[in-house]
Design a protein around this ligand. Sequence first.
Ligand SMILES: O=C(O)CCC(=O)C(=O)O
Ligand SMILES: [Fe+2]
Length: 376
Amino acid sequence: MSLDPVIPTIDLSSDSPEKQAQVIKDALGSVGFFAVLNGGPKVEDIDALFEYSKDFFALPMEEKEKFLAGPSGSGYTKLLSQALGEGKRDHKETFSYGKYCGIEEQPMPNPFSVPDTIALQTIRRFYKDCHEVSEKLMELFAQALELPEDHFRQSHSFGLNTAMSLIHYPSLDMEGKKQLGEKDIRAGAHRDWGTLTLLFQSTNPSLPAQPGLEVYLPKSAIYKATKSSLAAKTTLESKDHNSASTDSYYTIDSDGYEWHPAPVPPRGGFLVNVGLAMELWSSGIYKATLHRVGFPNSISSHSETEQDEKEEAGLVDRYSLAFFVQPDDNVELNPILPGGKIDYTKKAITSGELFNTKLKESMDRSKNIPIPDKSE
Ligand SMILES: O=C(O)CCC(=O)C(=O)O
Ligand SMILES: [Fe+2]
């Protein structure tokens, strides 16, 4: 079963490993994203973490500020303090768990701060399950390139560089919606930096998933994969291509790329994409694809219920959870030569150098973007 004609799906419980590796190879060689079903963390843990996330972000600012992220990025990051893409700050706040300071030592907010509580057990189990399924995926990444199965996996120590991030994209009220600027964005267009990212959305009925993630793809990849390409093309061409870049799913630019809406996997499923470290490591065979989270379109007259209308108008908060897998700092990202051998002859960039370069770039970028004052 595929959730989307363009972004393929693997089923970890029923597809053979050969099929999984083949689907992954095709997906990462073209669109850079795929969906995973029936593997990974427990559904109840995913549901619980989204509840904790909602409670944490609802706390007063002075509480959240007690956990402000330091240089490692672990902890709380305020609304509009990051700019993943060019030109605008991201309309999101995050709480990042793990990376550098170690998951055992990190100061944690309630209810994670009390030893041996269910909350702490849940977040630790979730982190461990994500790590384990990432290891399995890295084995498949290697298998698909006919490399030894531990080629990528062995460079990722448990709990060291990998971080999970609770992400909250607050809703806008009607006034905020009216003031939405052309470039306003929930997460600016970017490529991830690491090996791979697992992306979860809440499918807990009490906190419904929100669309908004879009992947920037060559039209050829989309048309090849879409069975009724003619029907798709008609839809695309009927859009106003000059409208704001964050404004629509399927925006086409002059290079023949489109923003393709990512599917929301069903309960327990998640999306996977690769970052720049994996792109370098695989000599570009696996693609780190540009993606972003936009505000939904303006209110549609087709909305059936008040809730639909609010969702479409961006009046509902969006929560997501990302597990960013990053190789250990000293790992050299030696690329693969044609024929499958690894090129050890040149000094390759290390994972730590790559991460620090990207971190500095994003910090410099956000410093140069003024904080918007919507009251003006
Ligand atoms: O929230 C999402 O769906 C995507 C977030 C993302 O791409 C990121 O934080 O790197
Ligand atoms: Fe991302």
